[in-house]
Design a protein. Structure first.
Length: 175
């Protein structure tokens, strides 16, 4: 395993953005098998953010799944008390680990899946187009579109078998 992170260690997560300012925060490594990394941390901003379909707020916990060979990440979001709010999925280049930093190059396309799995929303298509990636990197554009389609397919199965490392004892009541 090259650049594997150690379970229990603290890692800085950097979401490198094409259009917006990078987002950085700290999380704890849950597992890293050399390909699939799982980290967990609290909502990184001091104020709530209402996206219309979900509200992220202090007390929320994100269990984030990244892969070194997949063009996406999946973040399970649970509110204070462990109730699942849903999954926020980023289309991104395969994750890189640089010392104690996990770097995810976000490609702007996102997917939201409600806790009950009935609502799947495609997000930020306008930001993806505005990034200019379609003109500058057609191969990455193809990978991004395929990743979004795969995420939607996986979401329809409840991410069955994909999200190893989530809290088995967490509460799964509707929000």
């Amino acid at each position: 395993m090259t650049d594997a992170l150690i379970a229990g260690s603290r890692v800085r997560v950097r979401l490198a953005k094409l259009v917006h300012t990078d987002v950085e925060y700290y999380a704890v490594v849950i597992s890293d098998d050399g390909n699939h990394l799982v980290v967990r941390g609290p909502w990184a901003e001091p104020e709530p953010r209402d996206l219309g379909f979900v509200r992220f707020e202090p007390g929320d916990v994100f269990t984030e799944h990244y892969w070194r060979d997949r063009w996406y990440s999946v973040k399970e979001v649970r509110g204070d008390g462990g109730v699942r709010k849903g999954w926020y999925c980023d289309v991104a280049r395969p994750v890189r680990v640089e010392a104690t930093e996990l770097v995810s190059a976000d490609l702007e396309l996102d997917l939201w899946v409600s806790a009950d799995g009935r609502h799947i929303l495609h997000l930020d298509e306008d930001e993806f187009v505005a990034s200019g990636l379609e003109k500058t990197d057609p191969e990455a554009t193809t990978q991004a579109r395929q990743a979004l389609a795969e995420l939607e397919r996986l979401a329809r199965t409840g991410f069955a078998g994909l999200l190893v490392g989530s809290d088995p004892g967490a509460v799964d009541k509707p929000t």
